[in-house]
Write a protein that binds this ligand. Structure first.
Ligand code: SF4
Length: 303
């Protein structure tokens, strides 16, 4: 349902949703010092719900923030069959946003290099990344803003653990692999379900992401479903996982490059990094709805 058709009650909940998204973006920007005075931010716009939401909120913050910064929206037309090339220019012109459409036929390259039936996403993303970095340099952009959100970060964390053997996610801010660009993810604190609802209400002209005919990464799909199931079954669990990304305790993991276990010494008196081996470990308190985990903690307490 479009914004203009909302009832007063629906309008109220839309305003709450909008405020929440704007607040989360503002907080992420502040926490990670993502935007500085005089920045020229290149906003990567794919035509999906996430990038439309990102641009919409950055435009709002640009109007109200004390810090002055420029925005330039960039879309990469990869020449996928059926790509509606008119949609983004029309939308952006209507908004009065400075924009650039970059046209590069990566679709043909990918089709030529990857055998039929194999997933093409990894080569496609690599090519896209290179083109976007180059474009940022050409546009003298000081930051590149991407539309990844909290749930993308959690999916990546689990994917890296399950299949890559690494405790690693998508950071809210990073330097590009060529060392030249600063990449920011202002939606890092935003929940995907909020973004989906917002995009629907705002009636963004969404361009489908499967025009190339490639299947979505199956492992990511499975993890996404698992997270969505947890979210409905165990309220609060996803929020806790997201908080955990910001509360890492190297002395209670096992990476000897992050914590010097070899030189660990006992001392007289309390030790800040000490363990409470026989107590209930606070950070792993179960969700209220997680009856299995509750039972486990009860057993620990009794022993
Ligand atoms: S879905 Fe298609 S366009 Fe998107 S990354 Fe994969 S190959 Fe590229």
């Amino acid at each position: 349902m479009h914004l203009s058709e909302l009832t007063a009650k629906q309008k109220y909940s839309f305003n709450k949703l909008q405020k929440r998204l704007r607040r989360h973006v503002g907080k992420a920007i502040e926490d990670f010092n993502m935007v500085e005075e005089g920045d020229r931010i290149m906003v990567c716009l794919s035509g999906g719900k996430d990038s439309y939401t990102l641009l919409d909120i950055l435009l709002y913050l640009q109007r109200i923030a004390p810090v002055k910064f420029d925005l330039i929206a960039v879309n990469l037309d990869q020449k996928q069959p059926g790509f509606p090339a008119h949609v983004l220019p029309e939308y952006l012109s209507q908004l009065g946003v400075n924009f650039q459409i970059v046209t590069e036929d990566t679709y043909s390259i990918v089709k030529q290099k990857i055998p039929e039936g194999k997933t093409t996403c990894s080569l496609c993303s690599r090519l896209r990344r290179g083109i976007l970095y180059r474009t940022a340099t050409e546009l003298s952009a000081t930051k590149i803003a991407l539309g990844h959100h909290r749930d993308d970060m959690l999916e990546t964390l689990l994917l890296n653990m399950f299949y890559g053997g690494k405790l690693k996610s998508m950071p809210p801010k990073l330097v590009s692999d060529d060392g030249k660009q600063m990449v920011i993810r202002p939606l890092a604190y935003c929940a995907e379900k909020d973004i989906s609802q917002y995009a629907e209400k705002m009636d963004f002209p969404i361009i489908p992401c499967n025009l190339c005919g490639s299947q979505e990464n199956l492992q990511r799909k499975v993890i996404k479903q698992m997270l969505q199931q947890w979210d409905s079954q165990y309220p609060g669990r996803i929020e806790n996982m997201a908080r955990a990304l910001q509360s890492v305790v190297p002395s209670h993991l096992a990476d000897k490059t992050l914590f010097d276990f070899a030189q660990l010494q006992t001392q007289d008196g309390p030790f800040a990094e000490g363990d409470i081996a026989f107590d209930q470990p606070e950070p792993t308190l179960p969700d209220a709805a997680d009856s299995h985990a509750t039972a486990t903690v009860q057993v620990v307490n009794l022993s």
